[in-house]
Design a binder for this molecule. Structure first.
Ligand SMILES: Cc1ncc(COP(=O)(O)O)c(C=O)c1O
Length: 386
């Protein structure tokens, strides 16, 4: 089976991890801060807080922004469930904003409409989570402008988008957001096995996220409570937090992978260009790219519209799977998941998202995808369409 995505592990990666295994620190040693600094430097951001997953980074980002029971927070329905679950972890009310039919990202016009209504109803969101689907940035300027008008905070869920850029600047620089999250799961652009990071330009948010990442504990004397002189207090728990820490083993892998990030993005662009050439004459809809963004091409979703192809998504999906092409669907609108339906969401809630869901198929995209494999994928797709 040719998978839709997979990691690339080199001898240098293996050596980096072994070096940590043979060192004094395998968990909280020098590699985690080095990885945080390297990523913050790469993205031109002030602070990085590495975590054991993007899911936990999203969670501590929401708490750091003050999201709590009774608040409202919104995201896109076309995302992995983690972008929405973090809102529920905080006890907040969740809602979804429909997508733009061309970029498949959260649509600023739909957002504006929803904000106007929420203002009248007195239930404006405290936080918006904008997901850069497949690696292409959302229209962050438009979302930021709305945040100024309606007073919400912004988290960029850039789990798909490390190495991409927006308006010529690296995704993750937080110019138009409070916090940006990356994921380092193996199907992503670079990996730490499991792992994630939160990036921010705010020292206050950084300090909060560092605390929430590790049990709510601080070693900062300035915010510790005063205790009697004879007692030694070199740390205090001042909040309730979690164990969401990344290990040095993971960070060493991440540091080694980071060296190849730009190369990986270039190869992903080569693969995307090749798909574009080879599928140009086929009646399927290929992903469109905005001129002010450079995607990291984490995913390559094609759309099978029955009125154009004479076949539906399921038929093509099954044919490709039978031909050992590991195609996948990214994603089922989150509010149609059984758990979310319990909140009263119904089919038809976000029409653009549902139209995308009925047509999208992610075809393989990863840096070690060989040219002959790509030809096989395209040939099998042509056959399936016939
Ligand atoms: C958009 C998005 N957000 C969050 C996550 C969660 O990432 P992790 O597996 O690192 O927790 C994923 C993972 O697939 C994702 O695709």
């Amino acid at each position: 089976m040719i998978p839709y995505g997979r990691q690339d592990i080199t001898q240098q990666d293996i050596d980096s991890v072994i070096e940590v295994l043979q060192s004094d620190f395998i968990t909280q040693g020098p590699k985690v801060p080095a990885f945080e600094e390297a990523l913050a430097t790469y993205c031109n951001t002030q602070h990085g807080i590495a975590t054991n997953s993007a899911t936990s980074a999203l969670h501590i980002a929401c708490i750091a922004l003050g999201l709590k029971q009774g608040d409202h927070a919104w995201t896109t329905p076309i995302t992995f469930v983690a972008s929405a679950n973090c809102i529920l972890y905080c006890g907040a009310h969740i809602d979804f904003v429909d997508i733009n039919p061309e970029t498949y990202n959260l649509c600023p016009n739909a957002l504006e409409e929803k904000l106007q209504k929420a203002k009248q109803d007195g239930c404006l969101p405290k936080v918006i989570i904008a997901v850069h689907l497949c690696g292409q940035s959302c229209d962050m300027k438009a979302i930021y402008k709305l945040s100024q008008e309606y007073g919400f905070k912004i988290i960029e869920d850039a789990s798909h988008a490390i190495g991409g850029s927006y308006e010529g600047k690296p995704i993750g620089n937080c110019q138009y957001s409070d916090i940006t999250i990356f994921s380092f799961h193996p199907v992503k652009i670079i990996t730490t096995a499991e792992g994630g990071i939160a990036l921010t330009n705010s020292l206050e948010l950084k300090e909060r996220m560092v605390r929430y990442r590790s049990h709510g504990i601080t070693t900062n004397q300035e915010i510790m409570e005063t205790r009697t002189d004879e007692e030694i207090w070199n740390y205090q728990q001042i909040d309730i937090g979690f164990n969401y820490r990344m290990t040095d083993l993971q960070a060493a892998l991440g540091l080694s992978q980071l060296e190849r990030l730009d190369e990986y993005i270039n190869i992903r662009h080569d693969i995307a260009n090749k798909y574009q050439q080879l599928l140009d004459k086929t009646p399927i809809i290929l992903p469109k790219q905005k001129t002010n963004t450079r995607s990291s091409f984490h995913l390559y979703p094609i759309r099978i519209r029955q009125s154009l192809c004479g076949k539906d998504q399921k038929q093509i999906y099954n044919k490709l799977r039978e031909a050992s092409i590991g195609v996948n669907l990214h994603y089922i609108p989150v509010y149609l998941q059984p758990y979310y339906e319990k909140f009263g969401f119904k089919r038809g809630y976000c029409p653009n998202a549902e139209a995308y869901f009925r047509e999208a198929i992610s075809i393989p995209m990863y840096p070690t995808l060989a040219e002959d494999q790509q030809r096989t994928i395209v040939n099998e797709l042509h056959k399936a369409l016939r």
